[in-house]
Design a protein around this ligand. Structure first.
Ligand code: FAD
Ligand code: GLY
Length: 375
């Protein structure tokens, strides 16, 4: 007889692992299936920014969950350390979003006004104030938005910390097991068919990142979503060139430990190819050298890419399938899946347990728009 689980989670990225953690904490019998290795895809390609204010620029449900999720990290780092022994390397030294011309300065000033109105900390810094904070930045900039609350983590460590904590709380995690299809019985999902046999579950969660659409298509369900490749590289410098993360319209630079800077990222829609192109790196290197000229003397370390899960309208899908109530979809986190992972895990655990969930989840329902435009 097949072993039966309360919840089967498809996908061992940061979101699948977070969901496993929050369910295991509640004593659920959880099985997480990953077709390669944990954190092998977007969740280790990410720069790890917790950019609630730098990345989300409009009021709405996404801004609300981004802030809620960001606020979870300070205590989460200790929780995960206790359960897994893994340090997620949370850094809370803020971000600077630079204006390189007058138009960008105007946009940032109106963004600051909207964020302050909502009670968020954000200030305009004149060029000389930016230079005082970050002496290596180009003197051609027009000012910056100072965002003290946006930090960053190590995304691969975060993913492993969620997974290991879940396992230590009783979850089973199986790597190198590919889910081929969902086993359906009328309007109920009974389990999954995999490269390692079938598994039965009371609930199934699809958290397969940019591949979620394919998993659902195997059973005739559609999900308006598409992949967006991002290329990144890292360099090592003799001394720290930045203390805060620096974000511009064309690149970002994230200072990590041991004088490492992560520089990203390109945006290439509708491809699952993970190749890193010379053109992509060239574009990033030019952009980085424009804002931080000293980066030209840094030692190149490595480059990589990942596939972001994007949706038709840019909002994630977080909720029960309209026709299969015991099937939950958690994907489409696009550029913010690391930031949004704690709230995703927490909310999916609540949904599955039938607990009340915040009203803003209506905006992330699967059937919110009948026909999304393809990107
Ligand atoms: P993934 O990490 O892609 O995981 C999905 C998993 O599902 C994969 O491991 C895959 O192998 C598995 N899978 C797929 N199909 C199957 C199947 N049939 N059976 C079993 N397993 C399956 N976000 C931020 O918040 N901050 C950042 O600074 C940031 N920077 C980024 C930089 C780059 C270059 C990129 C590419 C992304 C960045 N992101 C960032 C976005 C973030 O990485 C993603 O939103 C997030 O990792 C998505 O996580 P996920 O768990 O949904 O998907
Ligand atoms: N959030 C940064 C990226 O997706 O590149």
């Amino acid at each position: 007889m097949n072993k039966s689980y309360d919840v089967i989670i498809i996908g061992g990225g940061v979101n699948g692992c977070s969901i496993a953690y929050y369910l295991a904490r509640e004593g659920k019998r959880v099985l997480l299936l990953e077709r390669e290795k944990l954190a092998g895809k977007a969740s280790s390609a990410a720069a790890g920014m917790l950019g609630a204010q730098v990345e989300v620029t409009e009021e709405g449900a996404l801004f609300t969950i981004a802030k809620e999720s960001r606020a979870m990290f300070p205590s989460l780092q200790y929780e995960l350390k206790e359960h897994s022994g893994i340090d997620i390397e949370l850094v809370q030294k803020g971000m600077l979003k630079l204006a390189m011309n007058d138009e960008e300065a105007r946009h940032l000033k109106s963004s600051i006004a909207f964020q302050q109105k909502l009670g968020e900390r954000a200030e305009w810094l004149a060029p000389e104030q930016v230079a005082e904070r970050e002496g290596q930045l180009s003197d051609a900039l027009m000012g910056a938005m100072d965002i003290p609350m946006d930090g960053h983590v190590n995304p691969a460590r975060l993913t492993h910390a969620f997974a290991k904590s879940a396992v230590n709380l009783g979850a089973e995690v199986k790597e190198y097991v590919e889910v081929y299809s969902l086993i359906m019985d009328g309007s109920v999902v009974k389990g999954v068919e995999t490269s390692n046999g079938t598994f039965d579950g009371e609930h199934v969660v699809v958290a397969a990142g940019a591949w979620s659409k394919r998993v659902l298509e195997e059973c005739g369900m559609t999900l308006p979503a598409y992949p967006v490749k991002g290329e990144c590289f890292s360099v090592i410098t003799d001394r720290p060139l930045l203390s805060s993360t620096v974000f511009t319209e064309t690149c970002y630079l994230v200072p990590k430990s041991e004088n490492r800077l992560i520089i990203g990222a390109t945006m290439i829609s509708n491809t699952f190819s993970e190749n890193v192109t010379v053109g992509g790196l060239f574009q990033l290197m030019e952009a980085a050298a424009r804002v931080l000229p000293a980066v030209k003397s840094a030692t190149f370390e490595r480059s990589w890419s990942g596939i972001r899960p994007q949706t038709g309208d840019g909002l994630p899908y977080l909720g029960q399938h309209p026709n299969y109530k015991n099937l939950v979809i958690a994907t489409g986190h696009y550029r913010n899946g690391i930031l949004l992972s704690p709230i995703t895990g927490k909310l999916v655990a609540k949904m599955i347990q039938g607990e009340p969930v915040p009203g803003y989840l209506e905006d992330f329902r699967l059937d919110r728009v009948k026909e999304h435009a393809k990107g």
